[in-house]
Design a binder for this molecule. Structure first.
Ligand SMILES: [Ca+2]
Length: 142
């Protein structure tokens, strides 16, 4: 006979497992951003490197957006997907301004947690005078 599991727990291989500990898939959607006055000569030439952090997978590079040149309000409209074993995992975004005559400038390193964006539509992350609009969805693989 099945033993009922507590709230938000489900039977996985005969063990009551909290939903947050199920293996899962995370999808990060980067919609757009606002990065003003960060390039001396033109508007900002932005690209974003995406990493995930989780208890089981550690720190992992996932990929990067394309570079959007000379635009303080870049529209990325790009999606990144990764396996994250715990809902407590997060994404780390490194936002760069591309430069041709010097090393690219790191505009900011931003952490995005699942609990910061629980709604289904686009969320906003403000940092300094910059802004990033995104969404993250985590789906348990049951
Ligand atoms: Ca630049």
């Amino acid at each position: 006979m099945d033993t009922p599991c507590k709230l938000n727990s489900y039977c996985l291989s005969n063990i009551c497992t909290h939903l947050d500990d199920f293996p899962g898939k995370a999808q990060l959607y980067i919609k757009n951003g606002y990065f003003y006055g960060l390039d001396r000569w033109t508007q900002t030439d932005t690209y974003i490197k995406v990493y995930s952090v989780s208890k089981l997978s550690g720190f992992k590079y996932i990929g990067r957006t394309r570079t959007i040149h000379d635009d303080d309000r870049p529209d990325f409209d790009e999606t990144f997907t990764t396996e994250i074993s715990s809902k407590e995992g997060s994404f780390i975004l490194e936002i760069f301004d591309l430069d041709y005559n010097s090393p690219d400038d790191l505009i900011s390193r931003v952490e995005i947690n699942f609990k910061d964006c629980l709604k289904l539509d686009v969320c906003t992350k403000n940092f300094g005078s910059s802004r990033l609009r995104y969404n993250i969805i985590w789906t348990p693989q049951i």
